[in-house]
Design a binder for this molecule. Structure first.
Ligand code: MF3
Ligand code: CO
Length: 265
């Protein structure tokens, strides 16, 4: 069942999405080689609680951390750990909050130092595909229009692997609501989009093949071929002319550019 949001509710959700953007911005400030992902997770939890919200991932289906920190060949749901980040690593930082009862859930991939031109291109193209998908998130279109736009730009144009096992989703008072938003599919198919639908659109794109597996911890999703994977996620509200992006990359990108430990293309 799809739960449509009133304009007022969408504005409430913007605060939740923006708190995630602000948390990602704090992460962009501190990222450097030598930092452990566990210390990043701790900072994330503190920042969220300092802003009168709770980290929604913690204890979700038993998930044991505040955030998902997915390094290199980890696609999503990476456990924060005591390993130090090093130059050439990429890290997807995926954060969820509940603020005043509303969920925000979005993600950004950073490069620590230079991961090489192939991976830099993967990051750039995955982010582009997210925005191409968002362009299709308008009333009257269908979910498949979003899916197709993402798949065309990543798989068809660049030969990247589009993960099939994990998809985007509706968002609201629950982290996962209907409909599902796959990153692959056919134009003109699937649920019709209507004003007030709030979607978390989240391409997960592999440099190599699309195949992934879940590690023995029951969570960590990795590429089978061991090649890197990139993940970007925005929260958007479907509107008539143009989707309203509730989350905000501009504040993250500003700090990303200022931080000389991070590679930006
Ligand atoms: N952003 C992810 C999603 O959309 C992460 C949630 S998994 C969790 O599903 F267990 F960590 F919460
Ligand atoms: Co999500």
């Amino acid at each position: 069942m799809i739960i449509y949001k009133t304009d007022e509710q969408a504005e409430q959700m913007r605060w939740s999405a923006l708190l995630v953007s602000k948390t990602l911005t704090e992460v962009a400030k501190i990222l450097r080689p030598g930092l452990t992902t566990l210390s990043i997770d701790k900072m994330i939890g503190e920042f969220i609680r300092d802003h009168n919200a709770v980290p929604s991932f913690l204890n979700y289906n038993g998930y044991p951390f505040n955030s998902c920190l997915s390094v290199n060949d980890v696609v999503v749901h990476g456990f924060p750990n005591k390993n130090e980040l090093k130059g050439g690593d990429i890290i997807s930082v995926d954060i969820g909050v509940i603020l005043n009862g509303w969920h925000g859930d979005h993600a950004y991939t950073f490069a620590i130092g230079n991961p090489g031109k192939d991976v830099i291109q993967l990051i750039k193209v995955t982010k582009e595909s997210l925005y191409l998908g968002i362009e299709k998130a308008i009333a009257g279109n269908r979910i498949g229009d979003i899916s197709f736009a993402i798949q065309e730009h990543t798989e068809k144009k660049y030969g990247y692997g589009v993960v099939r096992e994990l998809v985007g989703h509706g968002l609201g008072k629950n982290m996962h609501e209907d409909p599902q938003v796959p990153n692959f599919g056919k134009r003109g198919t699937g649920t019709k989009l209507k004003e007030g639908m709030v979607l978390a659109i989240e391409p997960m794109i592999n440099l190599g093949k699309k195949d992934v597996y879940t590690a023995n911890d029951g969570w960590t999703v990795r590429t089978k071929d061991g090649k890197p994977s990139v993940h970007f996620e925005h929260d958007v509200c479907v509107r008539k002319i143009k989707a309203d992006i509730l989350s905000d990359y501009s504040i993250i990108e500003e700090e990303e550019k200022k931080n000389s430990n991070l590679f930006t293309s």
